[in-house]
Design a protein. Structure first.
Length: 264
């Protein structure tokens, strides 16, 4: 996790620490990449949990102003493959109920759909790999994160599982040609995406070429497409993450008399 401490001023007390965003990374190679930088550019503090490596997850979000859940190769309820997912589901439910801003990416988006009453299916439909054209729906124009963006934009995809039914009351925000539910919102402040706004062409270049070749996919072609589309896509997703960062809450500071109210 990143660390930061407020610096005291000679003219007064230390500035308030930036609000904290808990980022759950589910695989060694599936980190937040540029998303963490974008959050911090916009004034939030990104703190990354690594449960796949034995890192602990908090029991609640009391000390955090937002939750981001990244991708992974498992289904959102596959606790045998990823034993920590039960704790992540609990945090996601807490975020939705308390209206703590939540951003779920790929697995994280599927997890949001599942815990709020939607449906996710494994190995469903054609896989999407690499830079993919997305179309924003009219509902996106009224969305806090997506309003005013281009109606068509690309993002990196890497999935074979997908959401097949949105939760009741969810707002459907974006689709692609092969996968309808690319982005949605539950309530006022919980978003799920099937695509990866955090992934750049640089990470696509690190994907395993032999594995892709066995599936009939040429990694070099994926890299070329990602590099071609990146100059237009990057400022869009940076703006979306900056908007999310501006929603991050600053949890109240407990009084000295009740330190037990802060999760350790």
């Amino acid at each position: 996790m990143s660390s930061a401490s407020p610096r005291a001023s000679a003219c007064g007390p230390a500035a308030a620490a930036p609000p904290r965003v808990l980022i759950v990374q589910n695989t060694p190679t599936g980190g937040p990449d540029r998303l963490a930088d974008w959050l911090e550019q916009a004034g939030a503090r990104a703190e990354i949990a690594h449960p796949y490596a034995g890192g602990e997850l908090p029991a609640s979000l009391g000390a955090y102003g937002a939750l981001v859940v990244l991708g992974g190769p498992a289904m959102p309820d596959d606790d045998e493959a990823m034993p920590w997912l039960a704790a992540v589901r609990s945090l996601a439910r807490e975020a939705v109920a308390a209206q703590v801003p939540y951003l779920g990416i790929c697995l994280g988006g599927q997890l949001l759909a599942q815990v709020t009453g939607g449906a996710v299916r494994a190995r469903c439909g054609a896989p999407e790999l690499g830079s993919t054209r997305l179309t924003l729906r009219p509902e996106a124009e009224r969305d806090p994160l997506l309003h005013g963006l281009p109606g068509s934009v690309t993002a990196i995809e890497r999935h074979v599982d997908r959401i097949v039914a949105l939760p009741p009351g969810a707002v459907w925000l974006a689709r692609s040609e092969l996968c309808p539910y690319q982005a949605f919102r539950c309530g006022p402040s919980a978003w799920g995406t099937q695509f990866h706004p955090e992934v750049s062409a640089q990470r696509v270049r690190r994907w395993d070429a032999e594995s892709l070749r066995r599936d009939g996919v040429d990694r070099d072609a994926l890299v070329r497409a990602a590099e071609r589309d990146e100059p237009a896509a990057t400022p869009v997703w940076r703006e979306v993450v900056h908007r999310f960062a501006r929603l991050v809450r600053r949890p109240p500071v407990p009084s000295a008399a009740s330190p037990e109210s802060v999760p350790s």
